[in-house]
Every structure is written in C-alpha cells, then in structure tokens.
Design a binder for this molecule. Structure first.
Ligand SMILES: Cc1ncc(C[n+]2csc(CCOP(=O)(O)OP(=O)(O)O)c2C)c(N)n1
Ligand SMILES: [Mg+2]
Length: 390
C-alpha cells in the first residue's frame, strides 16, 4: 500500500514486513483449530473486503489529518494502527446486526454501509447528515449503527437494551459495541455488562485494549487481567490479537455464534496499540507518555501491512489469472478514489448546506414551539446575585 510520510506514524513510512513478525502473524492463525477453520473458509471476496475495509479506515483518518493541517477542522480522533479491531469485528456480523461504535471505531460506520461522505459531513457540521451539524459523533440507525455517546461506556447499557429489544421481538440479531481499556473501568460498563450477563443477552462487548486512556497508561488505571474479565460476570471471555484482522474476525465469529445460540453476552478482549495521541492535538504528548520502544515494537505490526503481506504470500489467487499483489493494488486505487470522492462531496456540503442557527432548538426535548423563544426562561435575578431560593 502507499504510505503517506506527512500523515503516517513515522514507524509506518518505510514499513517493510519482517520475517519474525509475519511468522507470529501466521502462528496466531493456526493456534486454535476452530479459528483456523473460520479463516480457511473465508472466500476471496471476503478476504478482499477486509483489505478494502482497513484501507478505507486508514484513508478516512489520513483525510481528517490533512484537514486538521489545512485548518478545515480543528482536531480529529483517529483509529490509526487499530483498524483491524473494528474491521475484523464488523465483518463477522450480518447486515441486520447492530453496532455501537466509539469514535475510535469510525470504520464501523463505513463497513456497515454508511457513505464516507456522511461521515466527513458530520466532522464538518453540515446540515445534510444525521446529526444536522450538531455533533461529530455520527451513525445511522437504518444501517444498524447507533451513534457514539461521548461519555465512554454509556453505549454498553444502551446496546444491552437493544439486544434485549431484539430478543423480545423474536429476532436473531446480535448487538456489538466497543469499550477502551479506560472505559472498561467505569460504572456504566459494569452495570450494562452485568445486566446483559444476567439476562443472557446477545451482546458482544469488544474491550479494545490499546494500553492507554487519554494520557493515562493502563497500568496506572487497572490491575485487572482483562482476558478473564467476562468470568467475573458469569459470561464468556475471548481474547484475540487486535492487530491481526483474521484473528479478530475469527474470534468475533465465535462470539457471534455463542450469542446466536443463547450463550451471550461475550467479552472479547482485543490487544492493540494507539499509534499516536488521543486525538490529533496531543500526538507529541502521546509519544512522550509511552516509551519509544513500544512505538518501535508495535510499529512493526501495522495491521494493514501485515495483512497485505499475508495476502501477497498466499498461494491461492484472489482472482484467477491475476497476481495477488496486482489485485490488491487495484483495490487500493478504488478505495483511494472512493475516499477522495466522499471528502469532496462533504466539502461541497460545507459550501452549500451549513445549518441555520435557528435550527438549534428543533428536534430537542427542551425547546418551545417557537424556535426563536429560548429553551428555558431567562434568569429571574441579576446573574451576579444570589439564586432566588437562598
Ligand atoms: C464518562 C467519561 N469520562 C471521561 C471522558 C473523557 N474521555 C474521553 S476519551 C477518554 C479516554 C478513553 O480511554 P479508553 O477507554 O481506553 O479508549 P481509547 O481512547 O484508548 O480508545 C476519556 C477519559 C468521557 N468521554 N466520558
Ligand atoms: Mg485505551
């Protein structure tokens, strides 16, 4: 794949597959017979879809990073280096299943079928997308994507509720959401996951352990071994290599099977690494907090580079009569064009469809009928005086 020196983490700029890294990648895939069988059964189409999905996610992030540099937006939250988690999870689901991504799982939106243009529009705050310019946290319930809730882990009880609702309707759908290592230390995670466990709901919570929560390294916020955390709730626990998209997909397929047969919920731990800052504004701090050695180690394990190499080295052709390398290059060209077109569409909306300020009070609970009226009465006393009841 092409690399982008101005935007890629430095470890990725001259990325080359290293034999020991690729040996580890292959060893993971043969470790568990059931997962190996899932991987062996994947069609060429599915394998190519995973590659396109991870590229789409990386290029979505690179576009946002470029916009930050150009002053189009002020900051962006990226999933760089963590693409395999989200993409491997979503590709194990059926179209009718439900996801609740956090902002680091933006790739879940496009892999569930949301147009990239709408994802970019949310960042630009345009009126012609689902949040109508009010929030960068975007989704599309018609496509099974519940938009992120900014408060980390709040989606766990929400998605447990969605899983319960689908069961009450007699549907066989699975709900999947993500928590970071930090988010897994909150009350909402505990309450939501415990509820799901007690009700045996078809819910998968992916614990995306990238070793850090904002500027707090995980060893300073937990002593738990996440791998067995599900057992504390009487639920199934699975773990996978979060930088190996095939292992993530195979483990998620196992989790989905458990949920569909009524043995949910499942806590799926995916170990990965944040290849930058919490967002674009604190990359330097992100690198100052985490030892440089960790960036070197994880930098060798670029999830897209490793998967691309695995596909190139694979004996079976992806398309009869073509070299795998050539097929992948064509997929990349197609995804580049797709992302560029989506970004341009969103910029056109920014020119033509910014929200009218008066729309702020439409469609919210606390507004009056007249959008020019304030949503709540003005302050009855001078704003420097004491409140009326004191
Ligand atoms: C309940 C709550 N507390 C604090 C924050 C501020 N905040 C946003 S992201 C974040 C760190 C999350 O870390 P983690 O869950 O590990 O996810 P990661 O960012 O590493 O993907 C914090 C503390 C928040 N959004 N919600
Ligand atoms: Mg984290």
């Amino acid at each position: 794949m092409k690399r982008y020196p101005a935007y890629d983490p430095p470890e990725y700029v001259d990325w080359k597959p290293e034999p020991d890294v690729m040996k580890g990648f292959a060893a993971t895939l043969s470790r568990e017979p059931r997962r190996a069988a899932v991987v062996a059964d994947l069609s060429a189409e599915k394998l190519m879809g995973l590659y396109a999905g991870m590229l789409r996610f990386r290029l979505h992030d690179i576009t946002l990073k470029r916009w930050v540099r150009q002053g189009v937006i002020s900051k962006a939250w990226l999933g760089t280096g963590e693409e395999a988690v989200t993409v491997g999870n979503v590709h194990a689901l059926r179209a009718a299943d439900l996801v609740g991504p956090m902002i680091r799982n933006a790739g879940a939106c496009h892999e569930m079928g949301m147009p990239l243009a709408d994802m970019f529009r949310a960042y630009l705050g345009t009126a012609d997308q689902i949040t109508r310019g009010r929030d960068i946290h975007t989704g599309d319930p018609r496509r099974g994507v519940v938009p992120p809730i900014s408060f980390v882990a709040s989606l766990v009880p929400v998605m447990a509720g969605m899983a319960l609702a689908t069961r009450l309707r007699g549907e066989k759908r699975v709900a999947l959401t993500w928590v970071g290592d930090g988010a897994s230390r909150t009350g909402e995670f505990h309450e939501g996951f415990n509820f799901a466990a007690v009700r045996k709901l078809p819910l998968i919570v992916v614990l995306q352990d990238n070793g850090i929560a904002l500027g707090t390294p995980s060893h300073t916020h937990t002593r738990a071994d996440f791998t067995h955390l599900g057992a504390a709730y009487g639920a199934a626990s699975l773990a996978c290599d979060g930088n190996n998209v095939l292992d993530v997909l195979a483990a998620t397929s196992q989790a989905v099977a458990l949920c569909r047969e009524g043995a949910g919920p499942v806590l799926l731990v995916a170990k990965t690494f944040r290849m930058g800052g919490h967002a674009t504004h604190d990359e330097a701090e992100g690198r100052a907090i985490v030892p440089a050695r960790m960036f070197r180690i994880w930098g060798r394990r670029d999830p897209i580079g490793m998967y691309e190499t695995w596909l190139e080295q694979r004996q079976q052709p992806l398309l009869v009569g073509s070299e795998n390398r050539q097929v992948l290059a064509e997929i990349e060209e197609r995804v580049i064009r797709e992302v560029e077109a989506g970004a341009q569409e969103a910029l056109d909306s920014r020119r033509d469809s910014m929200p009218d300020g008066r729309s702020l009070q439409e469609g919210v609970f606390a507004s009056g009928d007249d959008p020019t009226e304030p949503a709540f009465p003005p302050c009855p006393v001078s704003d420097t005086g004491a409140a009326a009841h004191r």
